[in-house]
Ligand binder design. Structure first.
Ligand code: MG
Length: 224
């Protein structure tokens, strides 16, 4: 008999919610405030990168040098400050199909729900707050734990075990994400990944990208 899953680790952007332009706008305002340049993260990064990777690549792209540690901290702080307002102001913000029904159902079924996201921890909570979704998640691994998705996924698993009160085997955990980066992060940490084709990637692309299960949305075909 297959091992029962206990912990489910959700990515945020493109999996649970779309924040519209809120993320890009917050970076643009942070670079504008600190350097007088309305930097476009889309010109230097692709979807699924961690916040520190986005900040660093955009900094190098715009300023043509690496940031000092102090500059980088100031950039991340400024970005968080602006994100609070850009999420409130975003006209494109929405919760993705199936999320509102699935999360309470999974809690009722006894799963432990967590986050695994490239967002800095406060950015994750700011983005989920607008939709009232923070209450479903009792642990997580974040972009503020590591720039590297594999490492932050391992951190999420350690925290899941703390909440659970006992070690969790990899077969008891599974990640859910909307990009091949999510599958890479999950597999690097030794766990499987459900790909959700509700945003930038199609079912075929997520299958080719290594996801162990692929569903069109969180409304259809939940595999557990
Ligand atoms: Mg995502």
């Amino acid at each position: 008999m297959a091992t029962k899953r206990l912990a489910i680790l959700f990515d945020i952007d493109g999996t649970l919610i779309i924040s519209g332009d809120a993320g890009a706008a917050s970076w643009r305002l942070a670079f504008q405030e600190l350097y007088g340049i309305p930097a476009d993260i889309g010109a230097f990064t692709d979807t699924g990168l961690t916040d520190p990777e986005v900040g660093r690549k955009t900094f190098v792209g715009v300023l043509k040098r690496e940031p000092t540690a102090e500059e980088f901290t100031n950039l991340l702080d400024a970005r968080l400050k602006h994100l609070h307002q850009t999420v409130i102001d975003s006209t494109g913000y929405r919760v993705l199909p199936g999320v509102a029904a699935l999360l309470p159902k999974l809690l009722d079924e006894g799963y432990l729900l967590g986050l695994v996201t490239g967002n800095m921890e406060p950015a994750a909570h700011v983005k989920l707050h607008r939709a009232g979704l923070n209450r479903f998640f009792c642990f997580g691994g974040f972009g503020s734990d590591s720039e590297d998705r594999v490492t932050l996924t391992k951190v999420a698993l350690e925290r899941a075990a703390l909440v659970y009160g006992a070690p969790l085997m990899p077969e008891q955990c599974i990640a859910v994400g909307d990009t091949p980066h999510d599958a890479e992060g999950a597999h690097g940490a030794g766990i499987a990944c459900i790909g959700v084709a509700s945003h930038n990637f199609t079912v075929d692309q997520l299958t080719a990208g290594g996801c162990d299960y692929v569903i069109p949305s969180l409304e259809e075909g939940w595999p557990l």
